[in-house]
Ligand binder design. Structure first.
Ligand code: ADP
Ligand code: MG
Length: 638
């Protein structure tokens, strides 16, 4: 039998290898930027066109390459960074595999110009799909420039696999951010389709972070520093009240390399213990330096994961140092001279007189003796407070918490004492700001008549109501999502949304990646009732908002929307509207755990059954169930 095994030609092997290194334009950006950093550049320019699909160019002023190296660098496993396997344990460069340039050259049109400082002349090479097209001597400035055009020109399947420009651009932004944040001492500029996205002069960590994420970031940062034998920690975490809905701005750098670590993330979250509302995410920018021989960066092909020798100790140190920093910020604000005292109090408490909550306790009351709780606490006539009939103490009949303008539940059980207390102590903590869980009153229509059928709220979660055949149990959050979703969709498609003019336009600050997304979403957002008043490079100005949103909910809605669009904006306008309507319904719907007045309950039930599709939430979950009398009978028949 004849032999059938053959060695693959180099250009085919390179194409296959390229699949591992280059998934999208952002991968090229990462490799070229890292090479420039490794070449000790102090000035790096990134120029891309069409989100990198037609051009990725990186120009550096680093050490350049000799004529021989200029040719060799495109060979697979050609690297100047390690010589033997042991070198892997003392790495201080980004690259070491010697694969990137060979891979990129296999699947794109590539042009390289490079010159070493001490040389008169440089080298200009053109290579297309691994084939050298030309090599010339040229007059060049010191440093290296790589231009990568027409990525995947010879692999149409990969090219078609690329996402929209907005999505690809966001990936490029991620890579740019990671490298530029890791190296504040390098001047970075970034151009997209001819316009300057960033110009970040060499600076310290703080200026770099602020330069990357807009000026507003400065006041949000709390510095973290810790120096021990096994690790040096520097950087910033954000004050708890600025925590976000999504995990956008969380960065760990280990020895100047961006890494992901679920374990260390957990350490950070543990340091915030009790300071964050459920599900909110603090931004952080943490720079860790550890001895190179105590880490292994080799376990992940794209090298964002890393193995530490003594992870547990790092966890403890990180957690303690962040906790310490947050504590200093919290208990010793006088030490922080730059601080804006307006930030100390949530704005809706700011102008209120402090009032010591008082509560009347009936010392003789024992919940276990009998069922007469109604005699102790009865519902007040307004339905929004409870009063004590025990007659002891002063102020009987008034709501002890009225100074906070909070609803106290009209429950008739002794537990209400504790319910009220719990809510107050949590909600008046300085770390709960307006950006969270703003549950609007469901319906404003004061004149809606009392329903003929009574509704009951149970566990601040379900609304139960008798119906002809038995009873219906409505999930309040899902039902409200359905109602809002249909409202928004109708407004957007029929284009009749009215908006409320804001007295003072809102300025909301976003990163440039987020700004690009918002730009793209603007037309759809306008159909929901948003009015935009021009936009700067780092913020939007909103002068009108949809009628069913309050001003304090706006930033929450937009954050949620940006979070929901992490994976890109749907291509057609129908699904774009659908996504926005879903996202807004999600952020604005009354949540499980919110108390609803009878009128609100009633409106919710009626509103749900007036929907086109009342059975399921926009997220395909059941909104209600019914129980027939027969079903109930059966249960009693046992
Ligand atoms: P690696 O970075 O893993 O060594 P690459 O394929 O990215 O592999 O690069 C191969 C070699 O080309 C590098 O080791 C380096 O010597 C050289 N090189 C690449 N980019 C530059 C640059 N911008 N300036 C100087 N030398 C470079
Ligand atoms: Mg490299």
């Amino acid at each position: 039998m004849s032999s059938i095994i053959q060695l693959l030609p180099d250009h085919v092997a390179n194409q296959i290898a390229a699949g591992e290194v280059v998934q999208r334009p952002a991968s090229v950006v990462k490799e070229l930027l890292e090479n420039a950093v490794d070449a000790k550049a102090t000035d790096i320019k990134l120029i891309i066109k069409d989100a990198g699909k037609s051009l990725v160019q990186v120009i550096d002023n680093g050490m350049g390459m000799s004529v021989t190296d200029a040719r060799l660098c495109f060979e697979r496993h050609a690297t100047s960074k390690i010589r033997q396997a042991e070198d892997l344990f003392s790495l201080c460069t980004k690259g070491f595999r010697g694969e990137a340039l060979a891979s990129i050259a296999a699947i794109a049109h590539m042009e390289m110009k490079t010159k070493q400082d001490q040389e008169e002349l440089g080298t200009h090479i053109v290579i297309e799909g691994s084939k050298f097209v030309s090599q010339e001597v040229a007059v060049l400035p010191k440093g290296t420039s790589f231009a990568v055009k027409n990525l995947f020109f010879n692999i149409p399947a990969r090219r078609n696999f690329l996402k929209s420009d907005v999505v690809e651009f966001r990936h490029v932004m991620d890579e740019f951010q990671r490298v530029a944040l890791a190296h504040p001492n390098i001047h970075f500029t970034f151009y997209h389709n001819g316009s300057e996205m960033f110009n970040l002069p060499a600076a310290g960590y703080r200026q770099r972070v602020v330069g990357m994420f807009s000026g507003k970031t400065n006041e949000k940062l709390v510095p973290v520093t810790e120096d021990t034998e096994i690790i040096n920690v520097q950087g910033f975490v954000c004050k708890p009240e600025f925590a976000k809905k999504n995990r956008g701005e969380q960065f760990f750098f280990v020895n100047d390399r961006f890494i992901k670590s679920g374990y260390l993330h957990h350490a950070v979250m543990a340091a915030y213990d009790g300071l964050l509302k459920d599900g909110s995410q603090p931004s952080y920018f943490l720079y860790l330096q550890v001895p190179p021989n105590t880490i292994d960066i080799n376990i992940h092909p794209t090298k964002t994961e890393i193995k530490f020798d003594d992870e547990q100790a790092l966890y403890a140190i990180l957690r303690a140092s962040i906790k310490h920093s947050l504590g200093q910020f919290n208990v010793a604000p006088v030490l922080d001279f730059d601080r804006d005292s307006n930030l100390d109090t949530p704005y809706h408490y700011k102008d209120m007189e402090a009032e010591t909550p008082t509560i009347q306790v009936d010392g003789t009351f024992n919940p276990f003796t009998d069922d007469k709780t109604n005699q102790h606490y009865t519902k007040s006539s307004s339905g929004s407070g409870y009063s004590s009939n025990s007659g002891s103490g002063s102020g009987s009949g008034s709501n002890s918490y009225s100074g906070y303008n909070k609803r106290v539940e009209p429950t008739t059980s002794w537990e209400s004492l504790y319910v009220g207390l719990e809510t107050e102590s949590i909600e008046s903590s300085p770390f709960n700001f307006e950006n969270e869980e703003v549950t609007s009153s469901l319906f404003n229509d004061e004149d809606v008549e009392q329903a003929i059928h009574k509704t009951y709220q149970i566990h601040k979660k379900y609304i139960v109501s008798p119906i002809k055949s038995g009873m219906v149990i409505v999930d309040q959050q899902r039902a409200h999502q359905r109602i809002l979703y249909e409202q928004f969709l109708l407004n957007m498609t029929v284009n009749q949304a009215s908006s409320q003019q804001l007295l003072f336009p809102l300025n909301l600050f976003y990163s440039s990646g987020e700004m690009e997304l918002i730009e793209e979403l603007k037309p759809s957002l306008e159909t929901t009732g948003f009015v935009f008043d021009g936009a700067e490079s780092d913020h939007i100005v909103i002068s009108g908002i949809p009628v069913n949103i309050t001003e304090s909910e706006v930033s929450l809605v937009i954050e949620q929307l940006l979070g929901d669009l992490q994976d890109g904006i749907p291509a057609n306008s129908y699904s774009q509207n659908d996504t926005i309507a879903k996202s807004m319904a999600k952020s604005l719907a009354v949540k499980t755990g919110s108390y609803l007045t009878e009128k609100e309950q009633d409106n919710l039930v009626n509103g749900l059954f007036a929907c086109k599709d009342p059975n399921i939430s926009p997220f395909q979950k059941p909104t209600f169930i019914t129980m027939r009398v027969e079903d109930i009978d059966k249960k009693f028949a046992l």
